[in-house]
Design a protein around this ligand. Structure first.
Ligand SMILES: [Zn+2]
Length: 82
């Protein structure tokens, strides 16, 4: 009689570690910086200024929020003066 598989067993985790994450864009911060979430395991990542993908920590979320505000203001000024 085999033991029941652990309830924490995650098929999506296997898919991700085998095929890689399937990231979907959840927020567009700027033209080059976006937030993503994996549709399989729910892992959240973000682009950084250096072009790397980093885990979407609360610190990175904060940075993105201020970035988005900054770019919004900049765009408004751009359209206002042109
Ligand atoms: Zn994943």
């Amino acid at each position: 009689m085999a033991q029941n598989p652990s309830s924490s067993f995650s098929f999506s985790g296997i898919v991700c570690s085998t095929f890689g994450h399937n990231y979907l864009i959840t927020r567009k911060v700027t033209e080059h910086i976006k937030e993503y979430r994996c549709s399989h395991c729910g892992k959240e990542v973000t682009n950084t200024f250096s072009g790397n993908l980093e885990a979407l920590t609360s610190k990175n979320k904060q940075i993105n929020t201020s970035l988005a505000l900054f770019f919004e203001k900049k765009m408004k000024r751009y359209y206002a003066t042109s």
